[in-house]
Every structure is written in structure tokens, then in C-alpha cells.
Design a protein around this ligand. Sequence first.
Ligand SMILES: [Zn+2]
Length: 84
Amino acid sequence: MNNHHLIEEGQQEAAIEAVLVAHEGHAQEVEVQQGTWSIYCLCKRCGEIHTYEVDNKARQRALGLPPWQEENKEEALFSLVRGR
Ligand SMILES: [Zn+2]
């Protein structure tokens, strides 16, 4: 069983908590690997894998990055000005 979930920034702890609650009684068999923007949970007993990924938009907001389209537009404009 393979489950992929999108979560909002700041919900990482809640996501891990939910997995541990779902496998209550054998939580010691749940392996959790937490990255900055993703979480990997494996229950060795159930053979269940849950992966959580912080939503792209939430990630951009958190990092304060503009969407890549905007970035490209600016770059195109910049080289246009420089080309003169
Ligand atoms: Zn389990």
C-alpha cells in the first residue's frame, strides 16, 4: 500500500502524528524520515508507506520565491534591455 499526500507548510508534525496514531500499538515499527519539504513513513508491520510532500505553493510562500514563470519573464525582459 502506497499513499502520497500533499500537505501545507507547518503540517509536518501533524502528519507524523497521524501516522503514529494510525499504527498505535506498534508505533515502534514505524520508521519516519523527515526532510525539509517531505516526510517518508514506513510501517514495517503493515508494509504501509505514507509519503507527505509540502504543497508547491506553500513551499514558494515559505521561501518567499516568486513562481518560476515570473522569474523567467523578468529574465527575458532583462536580456532584452541588455541587448540594446
Ligand atoms: Zn502498522
